[in-house]
Write a new protein. Structure first.
Lengths: 252, 174
């Protein structure tokens, strides 16, 4: 049974484009920087293209003229498509039943790759961040996501189409996540923001827990600011020292 | 033997009288929210306001953007880590955005809209690309095993479905 609005609990599987800024740089003309979304996005900009997902489709907009986007392509993907995340030259598209992997080597014409991440390995409802050859996913058991144990899971993604789970750590109700340097930030709803040391990437160790107000949903580590989406709005932390966030302000 | 039967029957009665069987759960109920097409496509820049239903977040340069579910985008200036809400960009039915080179892309019902945010406190409307996103289903909510108020077309277009478990059980079900 779906308990809350479609927005939160139907969230499938999310990547955080750790190289978003760098991948957008080559096609940028000086000041044309690209922003950074959270781990629940349905919009993603890579270079001169805006990719969006809706219920059944992936849309490709050419934004080389930013003021005049052109719909270039529409791919029928499946049903209940919920998130899109760029990682390197791939798009990972999350649905409740499957993760579709598209190559955007030809950015205007995404090509479906033959293999997808098996939902038994990295299931739906699993926000993920990727860093080099490691991916962190939060698996939770409430809502429609299934499973028996909520946890932070660690995958070896040396072969990105065949992630191998190498480590797990129990977490009560994990949602979005992100990292800055060797610290991983995991949103754990009413339990706050969990910090993990990932200097050993395949074996994160808990450092600390931060809890100010609201339910922690998602996070964007952005320069020296950690932007947290909570149920009340946004909470900002200074992460100049990435393992000792300092509360800046709660914006409601 | 008869005693045994009575015992069995009475135990059944006791169990069936349990006021809260473990399996009981009230059904989810959805109600349609109506709008007119002209209302749906009206955007405007408003003064900063409190967040109602905190939505997705987006970072761009010194600015932070947060969707307020189905109503628009809070624009927050985070210059020198002194965050201040500077405007609310009202976009009906908006859920997500992305930004490149001072252009903000947002969904607005079935359309993609573009704003110039060179001055983020005063976004300027630039472009609308119509009918590129699917509309909300006019007949029923996108869930199964739920009850919902039967849509009434005379009230306008169904712009979204809202969960509301406090109303009496409606007739429509799927």
């Amino acid at each position: 049974m779906i308990k809350t609005i479609l927005y939160f609990l139907l969230i499938p599987f999310i990547f955080f484009a750790c190289e978003k800024n760098s991948t957008s740089t080559p096609s940028s003309k000086g000041n044309e920087t690209t922003g950074q979304g959270g781990s629940l996005a349905t919009f993603a900009i890579v270079g001169n293209y805006l990719y969006t997902v809706d219920d059944t489709q992936l849309k490709v907009f050419d934004i080389s003229n930013l003021a005049n986007p052109q719909l270039r392509n529409t791919e029928n993907i499946g049903f209940t498509i919920e998130t899109v995340f760029p990682f390197k030259d791939k798009l990972f598209i999350g649905s409740p039943t499957q993760i579709f992997i598209y190559s955007i080597e030809d950015p205007a014409h995404p090509q479906k790759l033959s293999s997808a991440i098996s939902p038994t390995v990295m299931r739906r409802c699993d926000p993920v961040v990727a860093k080099d050859s490691v991916a962190y996913a939060t698996l939770r058991t409430n809502g429609p996501c299934g499973g028996t144990q909520s946890m932070l899971a660690v995958y070896n993604i040396t072969d990105i189409t065949h992630p191998v789970q190498v480590y797990t750590y129990p977490v009560s109700e994990p949602y979005g996540l992100g990292y800055s340097g060797d610290v991983l930030y995991v949103c754990d709803k009413q339990n706050g923001l969990l910090l993990f040391d990932i200097s050993e990437p395949y074996k994160p160790t808990p450092i600390n827990v931060y809890l100010h107000d609201g339910l922690y949903q998602d996070v964007i580590p952005y320069q020296n600011t950690l932007i947290c989406w909570t149920s009340t709005g946004v909470i900002l932390y200074d992460i100049t020292d990435n393992r000792n966030p300092v509360l800046i302000k709660s914006i409601i | 033997m008869r005693k045994l039967i009575w015992l069995l029957i009475s135990s059944l009665v006791v169990f069936s009288c349990d006021p809260k069987p473990a399996q009981f759960r009230p059904p989810d109920i959805y109600v349609p929210v109506y709008g007119t097409l002209s209302e749906i496509k009206q955007y405007q820049v408003e003064p900063p306001k409190s967040t109602v239903q905190a939505g997705k977040i987006y970072a761009y340069q010194n600015f932070i953007f947060q969707n307020d579910l189905y109503t628009g985008i809070h624009i927050i200036d985070n210059k020198d880590q002194n965050p201040v809400k500077i405007a609310f960009l009202h976009i009906p039915l908006n859920t997500d955005i992305a930004i490149k080179g001072n252009y903000l892309f947002a969904n607005n019902y079935t359309d993609l809209v573009v704003f110039d945010i060179t001055d983020p406190a005063h976004p300027q409307f630039i472009k609308r690309v119509s009918n590129v996103f699917p509309s909300v289903d006019q007949d029923y909510p996108p869930f199964t095993n739920v009850y919902f108020q039967c849509p009434d077309n005379s009230k306008g277009v169904v712009v979204r479905w809202e969960k509301n478990d406090s109303i009496p059980l409606p007739n429509c079900r799927r």
